[in-house]
Every structure is written in structure tokens, then in C-alpha cells.
Design a protein. Sequence first.
Lengths: 115, 115
Amino acid sequence: QAVLTQPSSLSASPGASASLTCTLRSDINVRTYRIYWYQQKSGSPPQYLLRYNSDSDKQQGSGVPSRFSGSKDASANAGILLISGLQSEDEADYYCLIWHSRTWVFGGGTKLTVL
Amino acid sequence: QVPLQQWGAGLLKPSETLSLTCAVSGGSLSGYYWSWIRQPPGKGLEWIGEVVHSGSANYNPSLQSRVTMSVDTSKNHFSLTLTSVTAADTAMYYCARGVWEPKDWGQGTLVTVSS
């Protein structure tokens, strides 16, 4: 089982909200991990969006709009990237990242389509 | 944002050695983790490893036997060497910088392994 699992695709309408999940393997607890999120548009390198651990331990990337936010769902053992007020420019691949067992581990990525 | 410029050979034959360099403009290597991350065509991100100013490095266990990372503080460069490449090493290779997590990314170098 992969350390981090992300749905491969998600579609949402302009103006709506999209909730992207990053589920941790069952033997590791999301409560103890900082979750990092990246956005990658076609043909470009990934761009750092934000870090979320708790409401008192979070960081927004430089220039990242506040409509991008992070949270956790402990019952699902998952980190969540919430994008509100979706815009066409938000169409991209989104990756989560954690530091686990002395390595950085990426999720497989979610392709977000805004239509 | 400190620009990262990267370069290296883009076409290799199986069993050859991949060698890439990343230069930091307008800043020093001190105080950061310098990472290499790769992305096979159409696939997700894989962390290769990281090195710090002192030269101490930490590698992905799946690649550890073939990877070496180094720094040249006089030139503000850091480098990646990957030996015995195969077609499975074909990917876009990114260098990245972060105080902890990879935050600033280079534009990427496409490395193709083909006979």
C-alpha cells in the first residue's frame, strides 16, 4: 500500500469548491504529520502552495491566494486541500508531500479539471 | 524567490552516468536543503535525495546505491550523479531549494535514456 494516496482525478465547476484528499497509509497517523501541497500546471515545475499541520501550525506559500487552504480529517486519516471559488486557472495537477522515515514522500497526484 | 538554473546532458545510453548541476543565483547554499526530484513523462513526482551546505546528503532508499549528491560552495552549485541508468530513469529532473520542504524549484531538465 502506498504511503500517500490521492484520487487520480477530480472535476468541479467554476466558482465551486474542490476538496482534494491525501490519504495516509493506515499505519501512519495524519495527526503527527505536516502535509505540504503543490500545484503543477502543464509544462511547468511544481509550485509550493501551503503547509498544514494544525490551525496553529500552517503556512501559506508566498503569493498563494487565501482561497487555497489546508486541513485534516483525522477520521479518514487524510490531509485535505480546499480550493474555494474555483477558477479556470486552477486546472492543474496537485501533489501532497510528507516527511516520512527520513525521506520525502509524494502522493501520486490529482488532476483537477475545472469545467 | 531565488532562481535556480540547472543543466546537464539530456540524452544518455543505458548503463551511462547521469550528471546534472544546479546553480543558485543571488544566494548561498548555506541554511537550506538542496533537493533533486524527478518526474517520468506523464507520471508523478519522486524525491531522489537532498544535500546541505556541508555536503551531508540523504537519499531515497530506492535509488541510494546509484546516487551521489555534492555541493561546490565556491561556485554556489550542487550536483546529482546517477550511475547505470536505464530507460526507467527517463524523466524530467528538477532541482529544488527549501529551509525544510522543497519550496523553490528549477525549470527542470529532461533526461532521456535510449539506446
